[in-house]
Design a protein around this ligand. Sequence first.
Ligand code: NAD
Ligand code: UD1
Length: 337
Amino acid sequence: MSILVTGGAGYIGSHTVLSLLEQGYEVVVLDNHSNSSFESLRRVKILTGCDITYYEGDVSNRLLLQNIFSENDIKQVIHFAGLKSVSESVQSPLKYYDNNVMASIVLIQEMIAHNVCELIFSSSATVYGIPESVPLNEDSKIGGTTNPYGTSKLMVEQILRDTAKAYPQLDITILRYFNPAGAHPSGLIGEDPSGVPCNLVPYISQVAVGKLPKLLVYGNDYPTHDGTGVRDYIHVMDLAEGHIAALKHKMAESNCRTYNLGTGKGYSVLDLISAFERQSGKIIPYQFVERRIGDVAECWANPSLSQQALNWTASRSLDDMMRDSWNWQQKNPTGYE
Ligand code: NAD
Ligand code: UD1
């Protein structure tokens, strides 16, 4: 019996594939490499000594999905595949709705056709839009997303809730990730953004390694402890383990459940800079600039539902995340190239 991991060559996917293999799962990966290379999986094989069945292609390719479901004994699917750039989604909304929403529909249709019932979907804290209050619970208001990327996640969540009602045999887990950071402690796999990173931790890492001159801190006048934006950063290995927990713990009361994957702790941009400096021994030059459009002051999770229902807790600290990000960046200054 195998698990199909779509987007398994990507940042969170590759770390989760590693955890799955370490736990004895058999893994089939489908990835079109729109934002990754096979190298991540080659390294996962080195780290685990395990084989990965691999298909290069697109989730929206119905014939390919039919082949995958026919050729392998797949019982569960973890659906990571998706595009994730907020700014690109504003410029090319149809690309995002096509890739993130349409492809998910094809996947669910083919799962139903092949009697594959268990799905874990990668959602995001972005579905909460502008939070009315923090911490965010799973039943906090969702919607009011400010970009097509966020809306695509909201749409797929709704599609999954509706489909779960119509097909009681389905068993769906929606995981809302907060801010993934860090890398596997080996430094062999990590986050490899293309071009100039948009997200904070890869940006700081590239400043530390000398690829970028300084960090621009978007706003120092937020109503937070030091004026800079506060987020719930979660180690990518904790996130990976959250998926294993979700695979193992099935709750009977509903066939579509939603969990926050976060730590419940909020850290500011300046907190991150300090932690990174502590772990790397490098000084991170930075400059305060205007707030970034669409940013919120603070966003962090109430993780108690996932802790209780999945028997899972994020155990790694902010310093662990910064140490592992730096280790990965130092060992792979040009990513997987
Ligand atoms: P990533 O870009 O590193 O990984 C996504 C993978 O999916 C890539 O390997 C890409 O090549 C592949 N892919 C994209 N579209 C595909 C398609 N149509 N068919 C086949 N493969 C396809 O991103 P990530 O950070 O690992 O994120 C994984 C998932 O988690 C995404 O759905 C993302 O939206 C979601 N998410 C990420 C974050 C984050 O900060 N990284 C936060 C919340 C949610
Ligand atoms: C962003 C996306 C969100 C997406 C998430 C993961 C926006 C508005 N939100 O979340 O939809 O799900 O990434 O991909 O883009 N910061 C700086 N300088 C930088 C980069 C970031 O000061 O160069 C600050 C931001 O203002 C924020 C914090 O660092 O306060 C974290 O930013 P980022 O890593 O981009 O994550 P989010 O904005 O939380």
